[in-house]
Write a protein that binds this ligand. Sequence first.
Ligand code: 5GP
Ligand code: MN
Length: 318
Amino acid sequence: MTDTIDLEIRELLQNARSIVIVSHIRPDADAVGSLLGLGLPLLAAGKQVQLVLQDGLPEKYAFLTGADRVERSIQSGFDTLITVDCSDLKRTGSVLAGLPAPDLNIDHHQTNVNFGRINLVEAEASATALVLAEHLPMWGLMTDAGAAQCLLAGILGDTIGFRTSGTDSKTLRVAADLMDKGANLPLVYRQTLLSRSIPELRYWGQGLTKIQHEGPLLWSVLTLDDRIKAVYPENDDADLINLLSSVSGLLVVVLFIQQAPDRVKVSWRSAEGIDVSTIAFEFGGGGHSAAAGADVEGSLDEVVGQVLKRTKQLLADF
Ligand code: 5GP
Ligand code: MN
């Protein structure tokens, strides 16, 4: 059944001639996969499409069809603006500064603040790419093998290879459909989840030497200096948080990634039943119950102090 919102979106896309699609800073597989997985079908439908990531496309996703089209800023005029996998406008960075609210906000975060004119937000979906895979046909858009592979990358990224608690049978059915359309699961799995560079491992090494824990809470820190020493080219955590989360017996893991002398990216991961998205939201960020993040102003020491204090309060209430 096609809902009213799908009819509204179909009309928006049919009337659009020149579309800008934007996703979030420090892009992950779901950001990139959703950006391309929507952009490629729109291009195939004859639309002009600009794909924008403020931090550019991380090298590990260069194998995806359309990767070479990603720009760091809007290059020319457009009539329709869409964001994917962003729970608030701050997540897009500053590329949309001074522009009216997006026409369409497609996302799966429970903390989404519905900043678009049309908001397609499915908080129970395991990835934004999954939302797209399900809705594209209702908008009259075709998913070819290239687009299917991008969408599968998004789903694999956010479910960490079908193993997060949000991975339901629908996720597997949609992934199977994407494989039938031509997506190569082993290739996408290898590229998005297994393949590592030497700088990434060096960067992990820096973080691993600084692990601290107090009971069921574990945390570590990655400084700007660690990034320079490791010659790591991105500004994320290189997925170190997933490695830290593999330690058994933990309830919460927090990773602090220094972005500037006065700004720190914080990542939380939690065991079932502990909602870290509420704390992330308090610190100006957002996310899901078991995985959340925030960009926090302050020196590394200040942010570590404030965030650990608040996280320990949450654990004390548990
Ligand atoms: P990560 O810790 O891997 O960066 O992100 C975990 C989850 O929290 C993801 O769903 C991500 O989109 C969300 N998230 C991470 N950082 C931020 C942030 O600064 N703001 C918001 N709104 N969400 C974030
Ligand atoms: Mn996502």
